[in-house]
Design a protein around this ligand. Sequence first.
Ligand code: CP
Length: 317
Amino acid sequence: MRKFTSVADIGDLHSAIREALQVKADRFAWEKLGHNRTLLMLFFNSSLRTRLSTQKAAMNLGMNVMVLDVNQGAWKLETERGVIMDGDKAEHLLEAIPVMGSYCDIIGIRSFAGLADRDADYSERVVEQFIRYSGRPVFSMEAATGHPLQAFADVITIEEHKTKERPKVVLTWAPHPRALPQAVPNSFVEWTVAAGYDVVIANPEGYDLDPRFTRGARLTHDQDEAFRGADFIYAKNWSVAQPDNYGKVLCTDRSWTVDSRKMALTDNAFFMHCLPVRRNMIVTDDVIESDRSLVIPEAANREISAQTVIKRMLEAL
Ligand code: CP
């Protein structure tokens, strides 16, 4: 595997899930595979789970790991070509990328959406430039429009807990005080549809996700209707995805918060969220603390999804 930015890069999803469960059963079985190999993890944004789980995954495989917080300690990077660099940005990404590539064997990148320029975000310029110019296999640790390592971990978690061949999996929008990207919900829908689940998306009017990510899912603006008979509830906030009002917060309606009344409409569904989560905005304390909450096992599976992807990249070197 030379790149990992979407579900299309993983090949057959069910064999990838089987491989992930083998990794989980014996995560040190490939500890020699990464000997004398180096992973460079680059963060343009903050992270807790991605940083720790991906570093742990690489260490399980025997790799050396370097972590660079691009906005803390490195030169400020220019990403646009043709710019006269007379401002505060001291280095261009087009030099920085091959330099960084020369120090490592595999690169992981986290680069969020700016939420100002939709075309720039949806072209995934930063990750695409790394794929093109680094000379190294590149995997996304969340980019502007997708978070595939999270979605892979989510699907592994659903496979571990489902009791039906084709569970009803509901992605519900929930309120948040700040504008958030569409990366997690986009990838969650892509991956759960690819896994063959009955996927329903519930969101307020004006918050429909980009159709390129939602093919195969059912859409509704009625949250209660979506929850009825659900086996898994996945809560997430996202800002407006449509070109008009892109990246804006148009709704903070707290009636969309996931609470025990809504969970009672489901078929004793599990609750999921990628974390970090704003309690009593996205979900009430009692739901996230209930014995049907999967938020901790889901986060733990981030190590497994990352290890499976890095293992495949090492095997292809
Ligand atoms: N879910 C997730 O990606 O968490 P972090 O932002 O803490 O990495």
